[in-house]
Design a protein around this ligand. Sequence first.
Ligand code: ADP
Ligand code: MG
Length: 345
Amino acid sequence: MKESKRFHKVFNFSAILSIAILAAHVGAAQKRYDYARPLMGSVFNLSFYAPSDSLAQVASDSVFARINYLNGILSDYLDGSEVNRLSASAGQGQWVYVSDVLYNVLAQSQYFSAKTSGAFDCTMGPVVQLWRRATRRGYFPEKQQIKWARKAVGYRLVKIDHQQKRVQLKQKNMRLDFGAIGKGYAADQALEVLRHYHILSAFLDAGGDLAIGNAPPQQTGWRVEVSNDKQANTAPQTLILKNCGVATSGHTYRYLEHHGQRYSHIADPRTGVGLRTHVRTTVIASNGTAADALATAFSVLGVKKGQKMWQKMPQIGVWLIETNGQKNQHWKSPNFDLLFSGNIQ
Ligand code: ADP
Ligand code: MG
């Protein structure tokens, strides 16, 4: 009887102690931290809430180290990147073992290609390179060059051995390009790194590709502004968001001008030509990777085909603006405003 009483007391004491410790953690004032870093050819803006400066420092350092690591694998601008080494093996009948990151991004790319009837295609490298060179030097690619580049494009030419995480690029001169999915993936990975530090209220803007975690403490979501676009002539819209990804694709800064016509840095895999009517696409999806890939796909599809495609994935939100000379054509999926008022879970 005595023994049991003492046990009771000890038990009560330790229970009170652990509740107190827990309360100290939960109650610790969460401060907001903001960082901006030039990465992957854009400025990355990271914001999150954390209980201490020291944790925020370690966590943000880990995020940026992770993004640098991803860049070394996924960038087609770096000579020695893993993706460029894989591209160099194209057409040699060779299986190449790839890292988990490259495998994941490639597998997701293939998924989004299949889902969008090839409008998104990470094998667009040869076409992208051709247009990039033409934009830099100020000439218009010749038909023959476009034809030649297109021969080495097609997501079906990528074979993945999912068991062994090996990849084979079937056609000579193929070149992978993750420009339309890499930043969204990096944004998702940033939130994943923060989760390891129990930082859940977080937001990363990877130059127009956003990954958004839990809402800031005592708020319903993160405030995001889809900016006004001169050409689109739309009012800016402020959105309150949590637990989702948002991507905006547009050719405001990157395009080739030829005979008064603008050709976007996003190209149609079926024609190998930069988009001419596209102005801006914003997609909201469950994460940054999906939003990034789908914003590019819907840009390629345009309003008419985009509307049809949306019927197959009505859980995402799409806002598409095209131009027809002076006139702009807008299309918003019917769920768009609802999603953007923070209702996505
Ligand atoms: P942004 O760079 O404005 O975020 P995107 O996410 O749409 O725009 O990515 C565009 C980049 O993706 C291009 O610079 C190019 O490297 C690549 N790309 C171009 N067309 C396609 C396409 N149809 N499918 C996949 N990637 C593409
Ligand atoms: Mg994209």
